[in-house]
Design a protein around this ligand. Structure first.
Ligand code: MTE
Ligand code: HPA
Ligand code: MOS
Length: 756
């Protein structure tokens, strides 16, 4: 089945926030944000701006009727800076004008005097100063301190992974429209409609039932709108509340890049110990997460780094500690993988370092240590592992040795071009790590003409979740997809939603939809049984026809629906789903936090131009565990998109903040993302179709985030290509591996560095 949005997408008819027809009298907002990363506000002058053409009003922290607070996990972030600023881009005032241009022109006339305070951008330095968002956490299994003596080889090192700009095509934005009796409807480009609702209620000091948040779809979120769409929704609501007029704010790309947080950069240390057979005996890691100026989702992201610190390897002795470090960057936030990729990069670096020193391919160490079913993760859950199956299938389908030989042959015959290859097994836990967030609801109506409407808490952001919801209903009812409509995500229809995140939206909302449809189906069968005078369990609906005792009857879907209505039986259901069996105890750092894990293995091959340092990704070949995929096209798209986004993070996307905390890579001219020319020449994905009861919909598996981590393979493939040209290259584990870094490492060596 095609993605149900594809038709309107290609015709340009899909509705995004900026396509919503505006009500007469709509006003436009623009934020004045801090030019200084840390300081005390001495004075704010808006008089010139107020006189600017078209300006209606300028709001500051003093205009907030409720709490000036948008922090989700920890209340540590003001909506509008009151006395201090904590990052460049922090909103200080909100200008409202009759047009967008007038609002932005007036913003330029606002002036602020800030007494600068010490600016910290480095997470290790922040930790030294005691600037931590939460106390550090440690995940532990076995006993590393006594295990080192059993190790034949021990290696230590450090790694850096940079942040990543979400670069959703649709920038952040919202449109708030006042309703009667002080209610406000907020159209928001958000992954978390309830977060926008809850925060707007808190800031305006009104009850949550007065705030309706409605989301049709996003032009991408990738985690960037899980928490950080809230600011813009609430700012518009604040202005609409005071002015009793609709207010809209869609950020320009540079505003968005400057004012919003990104993937967390991490600085990390590792120590790895192996026995003489290359079995990993012990592993220690310390993670310094650059949280930015406020908590946002950092504590949860940090937790997921710890959950994924051993990737898909079984290690009997692990000790991993993480620090969430407060710096003066915009608060960093969720980004596809949610801290998992950062943790996985470090273990891959540790394995790479060991492999280089022992003069064996990294793939040998990787394969030897893959998780097996029954192995315990450092957090206590026992693996139901597909890691070996994926690896073996990869070999069967793609022939790893043959590919290695091709690379070696190429390198033996080419002087100025070198190829590199790397394997990347992945293992990603599915469920919100905060157990209570794993709940969802679905409201299904069958109308008397036989058409069906579905509302869930899931937000469509390109990942195809609405298509999957529709497929669930089509399958349970056995009716044609064109009889079904998936409605906007709306807090008046579905309350208290978890954000569409953690790759779990299709799982959770899909199961709720399944339950709702099954309940209605049961009533329909009951009604049919009464009409046809047989037992309900002998009734079946197949392709919109009613079968009794396996025989087609005169009754079709429409007739049965109408008859059920006439009998005064409900054709609506609100179902609630929560996955059973998951739990986690943070006081022990042990439990069973994930409903299941997703596994896969990739092989990435690259070619480096050794004169220029530029490179191409030749191919990414993958065996990925989809379970029983609900929609092959959608899932393949998720895989391809994730892989390319992961490669972007690891190779070319380079966020640069200067010492003053100012974003230097603040536009698309200075921040490069993969384009059609730089994507891999080949992406081949071979599905591993496992068939297990796994708590997802119809034995499928979540697919949104895991494939991003195949991108890590591109980093190590590039290293290997550089090493093929310059065996004594001394390359720090510092991602992204930009062409500049490749070029430098092609022509430096361990020896150069020592002699310096
Ligand atoms: N795919 C597209 N096209 N656009 C997106 O914004 N977000 C990713 C992933 N795939 C995203 C995407 C992220 S971060 C998550 S958590 C999942 O989709 C969320 O959707 P799901 O739970 O339905 O998989
Ligand atoms: N993943 C993604 N988003 C989240 C999570 C998680 O585990 N927890 C809270 N938000
Ligand atoms: Mo995805 S980072 O969980 O929105």
């Amino acid at each position: 089945m095609k993605n149900i949005d594809s038709y309107t997408h290609v015709r340009g008819e899909s509705v995004y926030l900026d396509d919503i027809p505006l009500q007469a009298g709509t006003l436009f907002a623009a934020a004045f944000d801090s030019p200084i990363a840390h300081g005390k506000i001495k004075s704010l002058d808006t008089t010139e701006a107020e006189k600017s053409e078209g300006v209606v009003r300028i709001f500051t922290a003093n205009d907030i009727p409720g709490e000036n607070q948008i922090g989700g996990i920890i209340p540590d972030e003001e909506l509008l800076a009151s006395t201090h600023v904590h990052f460049c881009g922090m909103p200080i005032a909100l200008v409202i004008a009759h047009s967008e241009e007038q609002a932005r022109a007036a913003v330029k006339k606002v002036t602020v005097e800030i007494e600068k305070l010490e600016i910290i951008t480095d997470p290790r330095f922040a930790k030294e100063k005691g600037e931590l968002i939460i106390p550090p956490r440690t995940f532990q299994i076995g006993d590393t301190s006594s295990a080192w003596k059993d190790c034949e080889y021990i290696f230590e090192g450090s790694t850096e992974t940079n942040g990543q700009e979400h670069l959703y095509i649709e920038t952040q934005g919202a449109y708030a429209v006042p309703q009667e009796n002080g209610a406000i409807r907020i159209y928001s480009s958000t992954q978390g409609p309830t977060a926008v609702q809850r925060t707007a209620a808190r800031v305006l000091n009104v009850a949550m039932n007065k705030i309706e948040v409605d989301t049709t779809r996003l032009g991408g979120g990738f985690g960037g709108k899980e928490d950080q769409a809230t600011t813009w929704g609430v700012l518009c609501a604040l202005a609409a509340y005071h002015l009793k007029k609709p207010v809209k704010y869609c950020l320009h790309r540079m505003e968005d890049m400057r004012m919003t947080g990104k993937r967390h950069p991490y600085s990390s240390d590792f120590k790895i110990g192996l026995d003489k057979n290359h079995k990993i005996i012990a592993y220690e890691a310390t993670f310094y997460q650059n949280a930015g100026a406020a908590a946002d989702l950092s504590p949860a992201v940090m937790e997921r780094t710890l959950f994924h610190c051993n990737n898909s390897y079984f290690i009997p002795n692990v000790k991993a500690t993480a620090y969430s470090c407060r710096t003066h960057l915009p608060p960093n936030t969720a980004f596809r993988g949610f801290g998992g990729p950062q943790g996985m990069f470090v273990i891959e670096a540790a394995i790479d370092k060991a492999a280089a020193a022992l003069n064996v391919p990294a793939s040998l160490i990787q394969q030897k240590n893959l998780l097996k079913t029954g192995d315990e993760f450092p957090y206590g859950q026992k693996a139901e592992s597909e890691a070996n199956e994926c690896w073996n299938k990869t070999n069967e389908v793609f022939n790893i040795q043959q590919l290695q030989k091709e690379v070696a042959d190429f390198n033996a015959t080419n002087k100025l071009y070198k190829k590199g290859m790397a394997m990347m097994p992945i293992c990603f836990g599915i469920s919100f790590t905060k157990t209570l967030m794993n709940q969802a609801r679905s409201l299904v109506h069958v109308y008397t003409d036989g058409s069906v409407g579905i509302s869930t808490g899931a937000v469509e952001m390109g990942q195809g979740v609405n298509t999957k919801m529709l497929q669930v209903a089509a399958k349970i009812f056995s009716i044609s997809p064109d009889k079904i409509k998936v409605n906007t995500t709306n807090t008046y229809r579905i309350a208290n939603t978890s954000p569409t995140a953690a790759s779990a939206a299709a799982d959770l909302n899909g199961r709720a939809t399944e339950i709702a449809c099954a309940a209605i189906l049961k009533r329909l069968q009951q009604a049919a049984a009464e009409e046809l005078k047989i037992s309900p369990d002998r009734i079946e609906i197949k392709d919109e026809w009613i079968y009794a005792n396996g025989k087609k009857t005169e009754w079709d879907w429409k007739k049965l629906v109408l008859a059920t209505y006439v009998k005064r039986i409900s054709l609506s259901e609100l179902a609630h789903y929560t996955p059973p069996g998951i739990h986690f105890d943070p006081s022990k750092e042990k439990g069973h936090p994930f409903a299941y894990h997703v596994y896969g293995t990739s092989i990435t091959t690259v070619t480096v131009d050794c004169l220029r340092g530029v490179y191409e990704i030749d191919s990414v070949k993958v065996v990925h565990d989809f379970g029983q995929s609900m929609n092959t096209m959608v899932d393949m798209g998720q895989c391809e998109g994730g892989i390319v986004q992961g490669i972007g993070w690891m190779t070319m996307e380079e966020i640069v903040y200067d010492k003053e905390g100012k974003l230097r890579s603040n536009a698309l001219s200075t921040y490069k993302v993969p384009d059609i020319y730089s994507v891999p020449k080949e992406i081949t994905i071979h599905p591993l179709e496992t068939q297990k009861e796994n708590l997802a919909v119809f034995q499928s598996k979540a697919v949104g985030e895991p494939p991003l981590m195949y991108g890590i393979g591109a980093y190590f493939a590039l290293r290997n290509a550089v090493k093929a040209f310059n065996p004594s290259a001394d390359i720090a584990y510092n991602a992204p591996m930009t062409p500049e870094k490749v070029l430098m490492s092609l022509y430096t060596s361990v020896h150069d560095n020592i002699s310096k």
